[in-house]
Design a protein around this ligand. Sequence first.
Ligand code: GRF
Length: 205
Amino acid sequence: MKIGILISGRGSNMVALVDAVASGEIPDSTVAIVISDQPDAAGLPKAEELGVETLVIEKNGRKRAEHDAEIIAALKERDVEFVCLAGYMRLLSPDFVRAFPNRIVNIHPSLLPSFPGLDVQQQAIDHGVKISGCTVHFVNEDLDAGPIILQRVVEVKDDDTADTLSERILEQEHRAYVEAIRRIVSGRLSIAGRRTAYSEISDKS
Ligand code: GRF
């Protein structure tokens, strides 16, 4: 599967995915391109070091649909079949979602549907929840709302700050994202409405 990854910042989830493709943990796949809307995204040099083509496509005051059209064109030029959002800080336009139906996924640092949006680790602490975690989900036209593929749970400790909680969630994000893409690539993940299901291969045969 030809994967394109969109980032806006640090890019640690992007690195986890590129590494997993390189090691074969995500099999039969290549990362064709990493695109950032931010020219100074720290993830860009990391992707280059890993030998992945990078591209900056800034919004430059354009409408979302125009900006997205340029990104879609760059992805299609490289025959990208599947898009991973990895800390990409923009909501996609409906046209973008339609260009890759059920072929865009995102990672979010909370247990959705709790705490969609931004600053969610602080929101989790402020709300007083005892567990949080991360969610890998398909992207639809609503923010952080598409069918859930996989979640991993992290305990919220009494003395957690947004930083300490974010750090522990991030460790789980890297594992969850790789596992979710591995399941998708295997062709054994199905979607029915809001629900996804993954069928493990039984080795008893
Ligand atoms: C992660 O916490 C991700 O869940 C959220 O933005 C952060 C990006 O981190 N959407 P990184 O750029 O992958 O290091």
